[in-house]
Design a protein around this ligand. Sequence first.
Ligand SMILES: C[S@@+](CC[C@H](N)C(=O)[O-])C[C@H]1O[C@@H](n2cnc3c(N)ncnc32)[C@H](O)[C@@H]1O
Length: 253
Amino acid sequence: MISAASPSVVTQAPQLHRKSKTVLVILAILAGLVGASVALVLAAESGLLGRYAQWRVRVETSRFEFNRLYSQPDPPFEQAPNEFLVRTVRSLPRGAALDIAAGQGRNAVFLAQEGWQVTAFDISDKGLEIASQTARRDGVKLTTFRSSARNFDYGHDRWDLVLLIYAPISYDDPSLMKRICDSVKPGGYVIADTPIAMHQPEDVLPRIFGDLKRGELPTLFPGFTVVSYTESLDTAEWFPQEMLMGRLLAKKR
Ligand SMILES: C[S@@+](CC[C@H](N)C(=O)[O-])C[C@H]1O[C@@H](n2cnc3c(N)ncnc32)[C@H](O)[C@@H]1O
């Protein structure tokens, strides 16, 4: 009896060994992937990568972070439409609207409910999935694209309204800003509500996505009339703190 049981005990050992080897290999691969990602982000932030590679790493890091945020059952940001948008847009004639970096669609769906034909884009597929679900639930039409601000095809004289609400785009990229300006129809509007001087001190840290200097936002829309612009310390809808918020309504001449 003993001799019959012994071989089965002996044959277990190599199996266990193989399993733990497989686990070790998987752990090593995961550690390698995490290490490589951290190294890439550090290299991008320290300027060791080229401009395109830096941008790519930032976009992918943002996509990952925002997908994670939008997947939370109770995300820590305001889910009602932006307060400045709500009180500004009702005086504007309805038409085609573009929501840049629309997130989970709180503003895009609101505009669609108000009778606008809305297109929304964002890098976060999870955000766009929620936006489409909400639009379907509320019985309104919403066109969505997964795209970065840099790659989106804005068109020419196409939009009656462009939204830049907490949109972390490269405001310091003149070619991007020109494409956005050109895409607005004459007589169309830009509504922006965005943090100013978020990454202080500005002269020490390199400017990153979404950074704007004090007084800079209205200067980024040449060919537009500034209908109103304010900068004020306010409770931010996307961050659990007071921030200097820039709020712009500009009309294309
Ligand atoms: C702070 S949230 C604001 C979302 C929405 N505008 C709002 O007010 O609720 C920023 C959004 O920008 C998106 N985003 C970040 N970088 C982007 C880029 N380069 N191009 C397009 N979207 C971007 C993120 O996925 C995220 O949904």
